[in-house]
Design a protein around this ligand. Sequence first.
Ligand code: DGT
Ligand code: CA
Ligand code: CA
Ligand code: ZN
Length: 576
Amino acid sequence: MNNRDIAAVFEQLADLLEFQDANPFRIRSYRNGARKIADLSEPLASIAADPDRKLTDIDGIGKTLAEKTAELLATGKLKALEELQSELPASLLALLRVPGLGPKKAAVLHKELGIESLDQLREACQAQRVRELKGFGAKTEETILKGLAIAEQAESRTRWADADAVVQQLLDHMRQVDGIAQMEMAGSYRRGCETIGDLDLLVEAEDHASVMDHFGKLPGVADVIARGDTKMSVRMDSGLQIDLRVVPRESFGAALQYFTGSKDHNVAVRGLAKQRGLKVNEWGVFRVEEDGEETYLAGADEQAVYDALDLPLFSPKLREAREEFDWAGQGELPQLVEFSDIRADLHMHTTATDGKASLEEMIEAARSRDLEYIAITDHSQRVSMANGLDPDRLRAQWAAIDRLRDEWDDIVVLKGIECDILEKGGMDLPDDVLAEADWVIASVHYGQNQPSEQITERILGALENPHVDIIAHPTGRLINRREPYAVDIEQVIAAAAQHGKMLELNANPARLDLSDIHCAAAKRHGVPIVISTDAHSTSGFDVMRHGIQQAQRGGLTPADVANTLPWKKFSKLLSR
Ligand code: DGT
Ligand code: CA
Ligand code: CA
Ligand code: ZN
């Protein structure tokens, strides 16, 4: 378990205790501990493994938390949490995950209205019974209804990055089986979708039974849902389902194509096959003779399957039945942007605001990742919670960057700022300050619930400011946690095109903002996308791959992504 997992367990424990109206001091100590742990730069596991150190030496971790941390590190589980969970029905626990509700309000709803599930909560809101409760109102009711939609999705779909952590364990586990000739993940995971309904694993092996036996022993499996000769499904403790299919060699590529989907892509593929007198299914591509006889043409690998249909080997990221068949018809698929194309990261924070690494450490980390240029973009003063920079502190940081510039000649460090767009409109820092910056990001962090016209106006206003270069996380959504702002993104894209501005694809796997569809729209308008990590620590740079994947789903090529440009060309783009 890493620090984030451990922190999440303590948060969950605190939520449940709060729901049960436990001692507030106890609750607070778990919450504090969770925050401290999430902020630690060193893995708890290595501190625990060091005989010369004690977990209790860490600020905010007392005896109880240290013991529980040790238990988590040793067993991956926490008895105290499991006991609390077993006392409450799962449907009730789901209430705690409704954004805008929180354990305290959930407890009131449970006690006063007897609500025990998301369905009942929805009914109560719709019947306007929630607004009658003390401490609630029409507005709360509305917030809860919005939160419900997200909670319902979060119940059934897992964010890609979280599913990916399971996939890595799954593949490591399955590699221990002798006699697996090939193994691939298919489904929405392979297509790189933002969220995953279930995982789909394909295996080629002679001995089905031993593959399935081993699959059932994957740590974290709660129960086996079904097991047949070629197909088996399990459910993990987290609720995530994994489907396994064992397929013969001559069908592996056909099965991979079929189970990668999407369904709509496959429907189109089958239609095109039919026009050619061919049939395609999970077993292969077949010629259908006049007498109905079927001849196997291909199926061992995906390339052969698409070849037999006279179609290009579509990247799984493009298989959504959007534009891929038009591109194929024109004879050319886009050469999708790849990780190795990226030369710069233009959104990151330091200890000056809410980052965990110093300016020097961030630059050093960027150098070790071979980035050619970066921008330091701490928060502006409005973001007081993050100790945002006023003009004096910002200029002091820029002076520090100037001094450091002499030390390194292998990286260009831009003096930047992530400047808030104020609630009433306008930028959080005066124009004369912004004019001195090399790179100005404009962001909405406050007034996110404003009506569409108002919030769109604010962002359009920022795009009209001559010093602003780019809008960060343009819709503000958090996958499975928060709806996008009511912003009219089409208008924003059109205005960015008109004013020669860029738009960010924030690579944080909880954000992935812009979405794939909006990336494609920006491309159509010729608006350059910058893929940024928004790193708040040196390891924050790791999320770039998630942004790349999203960009690929949007059909972006290196030419569509501005931070693939060498510094000389990028600086020309900046001085437009
Ligand atoms: P998910 O799991 O909801 O995130 O999405 P997928 O795309 O992984 O869907 P899933 O797991 O139900 O099935 C995996 C793929 O298998 C799907 O993308 C296409 C293929 N497939 C499954 N059932 C059908 C079907 O009834 N018809 C067709 N044409 N394809 C199917
Ligand atoms: Ca799936
Ligand atoms: Ca499935
Ligand atoms: Zn940021």
